[in-house]
Design a protein around this ligand. Structure first.
Ligand code: NDP
Length: 241
C-alpha cells in the first residue's frame, strides 16, 4: 500500500528535492507552499505530487490543509517540516516583525503541522516526523539571532517529541543542513557566499538531493530505531559532538 507524506515548502529548493526523492521511493506526496503558484504548478507537473497552498505559521491553516490532505490522499505516515524563511539583521537593528515572522514560520510551524497529524499517527502506531533545522541552529550565526533561535528550538522540539512518541512507533528526527544551493542562499551576496565556501572543508556547497536522500532513509522502515537524533550534513563545516 502506498504511504502518504507531507512536505512543507515542498515545491522549491530542498523541499522540492525531498518531494522528488519521496515520490521516487513510492510515496504519495502532498507538497505545501505559501505563495509561489508558478513553482508549485511546475512541481506538481514534474513530480506528480499534489500541491496545497497554506501558511505553516498559522495554526488554523495547518489544521485545515492537513484535514483536506487526509481526506483526499489518506492517512499521513510522514511529515517533513521543511518550510522556512530568513529575515537577517543584527539584533540591535532587528524589528519585531523580523523576529516573529522567522520564529512563527520556522519553529511554531513545527507545532502547528505536527499537532495536526500526530493524533492519527498515534492511533495507527506509525509515523515519521523529520524536521529540517540548520547548521546555524547548532553553532549560531551573526546576523541571524531569530533564525538561529528558531532552528535551535527545532532541536529541542525534536528531542522532547521523540521521547513522547517512541512507544507509539513514531520517530522524530532533525536534519541540520549546512549551506545548500537554493533560492535562499542564492539571494546572499556573492562575496559572502565565497567566504562561506572557503570555510567548508569539502570546499563546496551541498546539493538539495543530498538532504533528500537522508530524509528518504529516515522515512523508511530501516530507520525505525533512530529517534531524537540530530543529523548534520554540512561538508565538515561544523562537527558537533
Ligand atoms: P527556499 O527559500 O528555496 O524554499 C522555501 C519553501 O518554503 C518554499 O516552498 C516556500 O513556499 C515555503 N514556505 C515559506 N514560507 C512558508 C509558509 N509560511 N507557509 C508555507 N510554506 C512556506 O528554502 P530552502 O529550500 O533553501 O530551505 C528549506 C529549509 O531548509 C528551510 O527550513 C531552511 O531554513 C533550511 N535550510 C536551508 C539551508 C540552505 O542553505 N538553503 C541551510 C540550512 C537549512 P513558496 O514557494 O510559496 O514561497
Amino acid at each position: 500500500m502506498k504511504k502518504t507524506a507531507i512536505v512543507t515548502g515542498g515545491t522549491r529548493g530542498i523541499g522540492l528535492a525531498i518531494t522528488k526523492a519521496l515520490r521516487a521511493d513510492g510515496f504519495d506526496v502532498a507538497a505545501i507552499y505559501h505563495g509561489n503558484d508558478e513553482a508549485a504548478q511546475k512541481c506538481a507537473n514534474e513530480t506528480g505530487a499534489k500541491v496545497y497552498k497554506a501558511d505553516v505559521a498559522n495554526f488554523a491553516s495547518c489544521h485545515d490543509v492537513c484535514a483536506q490532505i487526509e481526506k483526499e490522499m489518506g492517512a499521513i505516515s510522514v511529515l517533513v517540516n521543511n518550510a522556512g524563511i530568513t529575515k537577517d539583521g543584527m539584533l540591535h537593528k532587528m524589528n519585531e516583525d523580523a523576529w516573529h515572522a522567522v520564529m512563527e514560520t520556522n519553529l511554531t510551524s513545527c507545532f502547528n503541522m505536527t499537532r495536526a497529524v500526530i493524533t492519527g499517527m498515534r492511533e495507527r502506531s506509525f509515523g515519521r516526523i523529520i524536521n529540517i533545522s540548520s547548521i546555524n541552529g547548532q553553532k549560531g550565526q551573526l546576523g541571524q539571532t531569530n533564525y538561529s533561535a528558531a532552528k535551535a528550538g527545532m532541536l529541542g522540539f525534536t528531542r522532547a517529541l521523540a521521547q513522547e512518541s517512541a512507544a507509539k512507533g513514531i520517530t522524530v528526527n532533525a536534519i541540520c543542513p549546512g549551506y545548500i544551493a537554493t533560492d535562499m542562499t542564492g539571494s546572499m551576496p556573492q562575496e559572502v557566499l565565497a567566504s562561506i565556501i572557503r570555510s567548508i572543508p569539502a570546499a563546496r556547497m551541498g546539493k538539495p538531493e543530498e538532504i533528500a536522500d537522508l530524509v528518504v532513509f529516515l522515512a523508511s522502515d530501516r530507520a525505525a530505531f533512530i529517534t531524537g537524533a540530530t543529523m548534520t550534513i554540512n561538508g565538515g563545516q561544523y562537527i558537533a559532538a
